[in-house]
Design a protein around this ligand. Sequence first.
Ligand SMILES: *[C@@H]1O[C@H](CO)[C@@H](O)[C@H](O)[C@H]1NC(C)=O
Ligand SMILES: *[C@@H]1O[C@H](CO)[C@@H](O)[C@H](O)[C@H]1NC(C)=O
Ligand SMILES: *[C@@H]1O[C@H](CO)[C@@H](O)[C@H](O)[C@H]1NC(C)=O
Ligand SMILES: *[C@@H]1O[C@H](CO)[C@@H](O)[C@H](O)[C@H]1NC(C)=O
Ligand SMILES: *[C@@H]1O[C@H](CO)[C@@H](O)[C@H](O)[C@H]1NC(C)=O
Ligand SMILES: *[C@@H]1O[C@H](CO)[C@@H](O)[C@H](O)[C@H]1NC(C)=O
Ligand SMILES: *[C@@H]1O[C@H](CO)[C@@H](O)[C@H](O)[C@H]1NC(C)=O
Ligand SMILES: *[C@@H]1O[C@H](CO)[C@@H](O)[C@H](O)[C@H]1NC(C)=O
Length: 378
Amino acid sequence: MLSRLLSAACILVALKANQSTAQSYHGPEDPRIEIALTLEHPVNGISTTPAGRLFILYARVDGSTGPQVAEYNRTTNTSTAYPNEQWNSYTNRSDPATHLIRTNSQRIGPDGNLWLVDTGSPSFGAPVILPNGPKLVVVNLTTNEVCRVYNMGNATLSSSLLDDVRFNPASNMAYLTDAGAPGIIILNLGTGDTRRVLVDDPSTSAYMPVSAEGKLLHATGGAFEHIYADQHEVSPDGKWYYYQPSNGGMSMIETKYLDLAFYNSTLAQVLSQYRQPYAHTPSTGGTAIDADGNTYVSDTDSQRIITVHPNGTMTLLVQDPRLLWVDAMWIDTQKRLWMPAAQLNRGTPFNNGTSYVVPPLRVFTIDIGIGPSPIDHA
Ligand SMILES: *[C@@H]1O[C@H](CO)[C@@H](O)[C@H](O)[C@H]1NC(C)=O
Ligand SMILES: *[C@@H]1O[C@H](CO)[C@@H](O)[C@H](O)[C@H]1NC(C)=O
Ligand SMILES: *[C@@H]1O[C@H](CO)[C@@H](O)[C@H](O)[C@H]1NC(C)=O
Ligand SMILES: *[C@@H]1O[C@H](CO)[C@@H](O)[C@H](O)[C@H]1NC(C)=O
Ligand SMILES: *[C@@H]1O[C@H](CO)[C@@H](O)[C@H](O)[C@H]1NC(C)=O
Ligand SMILES: *[C@@H]1O[C@H](CO)[C@@H](O)[C@H](O)[C@H]1NC(C)=O
Ligand SMILES: *[C@@H]1O[C@H](CO)[C@@H](O)[C@H](O)[C@H]1NC(C)=O
Ligand SMILES: *[C@@H]1O[C@H](CO)[C@@H](O)[C@H](O)[C@H]1NC(C)=O
């Protein structure tokens, strides 16, 4: 009887310990974490060059206005609209083809250019301006000028949320996630042609709403917030594409099937049979991949970063109460992981128009001892 009681108590303790990982974390700060930037407004993306230039993306979920994409100067602590004011000055009277309407992500690609993913939708949940709003804008960091625009109008729907981009230099393809209409978009970087695949597939859909700080998110109007295909990475050998909806559950598929499906519509129809589960990740703000193929995943519920090893095993990298909705992460040549704590869940899109974002906003770094994947960026 006693042993039965004991084992029941053990199960209760085990359950509690397990549950605490899906709740907001109020434990101690981790001294390995350093503050890289202190900002007034949420930033949901960071890129650095080996020479030390720094680009940031303002999420504007705190109701602030101003440029979306900026170059940040760490000497003066100032942001300058990038590539210029004109691209960052969209109003409802602007040409959607030549202005950033709402940039969801930015990153320096393996070619050394800065790639901007523009949803083409003026505010979170608003219809996409078709055909010229959704686009991928490529900026040359030497000339600081836009050198190419990939129009994504043929690959997006009115309900799309063009989310993020990754590259496969060997096939000259890029992959984009659609978080508003479940699917993956394959883009031929040579021709600019596109194909949507894994449309409404369980691996790109969200069976649960996104959760953060222990609570499910609601969209304006009150409905639960579902964010479909969002985070993704390509393995350093170019073989695997990892992808997931924001509420978690990461899948993997060989890039060769994506690339073949770009040309073969029959294969595109049956692509789901080539995907498999990779890791049971939690609700996620953003990811990054290192040169050894480890994927870092930010847990929006419990302020931690999880490492998904290439074999799919997950371990804890760091947990700290300040890691509030860490969004798209970045690995620099000094082997640091950049973690922008964007507090997105506290922003206007998820609180019926009110912002509960608490400034200052911090971007943190932690030494991970491994550099970036060379096919991701230098
Ligand atoms: C930052 O600003 C300082 C002072 O104006 C300037 O000397 C420096 O070149 C700037 N750095 C970058 C990366 O633009
Ligand atoms: C810039 O910000 C850092 C902290 O993020 C601070 O240490 C430094 O004094 C600031 N520099 C200026 C010129 O304000
Ligand atoms: C465009 O923006 C202006 C100023 O914010 C606003 O008054 C107007 O109603 C908007 N027009 C449309 C079509 O949304
Ligand atoms: C950027 O522009 C410079 C100057 O025209 C050129 O030499 C360089 O190749 C361009 N970079 C890329 C990545 O295309
Ligand atoms: C979109 O599709 C139409 C019809 O196939 C084609 O003519 C057009 O060039 C495509 N646009 C882009 C930007 O690929
Ligand atoms: C959201 O705000 C609108 C307009 O202010 C209001 O009518 C509505 O009741 C609010 N909904 C919720 C769920 O708070
Ligand atoms: C296209 O894919 C289908 C399904 O995998 C396959 O049966 C067919 O042989 C492929 N066609 C070509 C031209 O490779
Ligand atoms: C998976 O990889 C991790 C990290 O390299 C290693 O510790 C673990 O033993 C591996 N698990 C299996 C089942 O191979």
